[in-house]
Write a protein that binds this ligand. Structure first.
Ligand code: SF4
Length: 305
């Protein structure tokens, strides 16, 4: 059976055929759901009302969201709750690590809410999570999607030695003040630059369909590439609730292919560009290639030290 979205809370509006997805719940889906509930964890799959939740969870993958499910920012595109977050759960890093182990993940993706209420904005908690995952799952590729940390805060996270670190630009420069809360385009580019100069695989993601022009998307890709980013995801923005900003345009699959070609021409090592692509979508699929590169990065670092 084909429906628009498997997440029942997704705001339904008339959408083109290419955004229809197949519902395919499996035992894996129930297994992932059980692990997440048992360990009282959060996922951006649920909190962000991701349209790929059925597909990803049915394949046994999920993106864990650490530091709670209440964000101190209130971006107009995001479905995550906003407000005063609860105190950090000190046992969360080990619970995430155990879940990665139980799910037998070879590539895990971790993201977080923004915690501007904390003195270190949660950087130490991020590092603790990476250490815990690594200890229990030494062969797992660890991919992080972090807030716009810079300088000392970024160093705290990077010193935990994740394999891939991403930070999303989300949209083109002109639309950033209207779409994102507090975060700026320039700061995000600086975050990407600082990640990349450490030599680690650097990733970003943008949404399209928010009123941007093709030239602006190309400029954004160029800016990200100049900042040293080597992987990019491009996906259609979908309005997760009536409270979020509306979709301006449904971008055609052909246009996504065009953006992919632009990005590859600019020298990105990996590009995912399609209507339902999200930052973590199928990231485990290309883990072998990334793992090889991550290993060579680690080996280079070891040789230098
Ligand atoms: S694309 Fe990412 S956020 Fe969406 S369901 Fe898959 S793993 Fe979760």
């Amino acid at each position: 059976m084909f429906l628009f979205f498997c997440n029942s809370q997704m705001y339904i509006s008339r959408k083109p055929d290419w955004l229809k997805i197949k519902i395919d719940n499996t035992e894996n889906f129930a297994f992932v759901k059980k692990i997440v509930a048992k360990n009282q964890l959060h996922t951006i799959c649920s909190s962000g009302k991701c349209p790929n939740q059925c597909e990803c969870w049915s394949r046994g993958t999920a993106t864990f969201m650490i530091m709670g499910d209440i964000c101190t920012k209130s971006c107009k595109f995001c479905a995550t709750k906003t407000g005063k977050p609860l105190p950090l759960d000190p046992s969360e890093p080990s619970k995430v690590a155990e879940s990665v182990s139980l799910m037998k993940l070879k590539h895990c993706v971790i993201t977080s809410v923004d915690r501007d209420d904390l003195q270190d904005k949660g950087a130490a908690h991020w590092a603790e999570t990476v250490h815990s995952i690594r200890k229990l799952n030494p062969d797992c590729v660890i991919e992080l999607l972090i807030p716009d940390y810079q300088n000392e805060l970024l160093t705290v996270v990077m010193d935990s030695k994740p394999d891939i670190v991403g930070h999303n630009l989300e949209t083109v420069e002109r639309l950033t003040p209207f779409i994102r809360s507090k975060a700026t385009y320039k700061n995000s580019l600086e975050t990407l630059h600082q990640i990349s100069i450490s030599g680690i695989l650097t990733k970003t993601g943008i949404m399209v369909g928010l009123g941007e022009t093709e030239e602006e998307v190309v400029q954004t890709l160029l800016d990200a590439r100049n900042a040293g980013t080597s992987m990019v995801t491009i996906g259609q923005y979908l309005q997760p609730s009536k409270m979020n900003i509306t979709v301006t345009e449904y971008i055609t699959p052909e246009q996504f292919e065009k953006y992919k070609a632009f990005a590859l021409d600019l020298g990105f090592k990996h590009v995912e560009s399609a209507p339902l692509v999200r930052s973590s979508y199928r990231s485990d699929y290309y883990y072998t290639e990334l793992h090889r590169e991550a290993q060579s990065y680690t080996e280079k670092k070891l040789r230098k030290s």
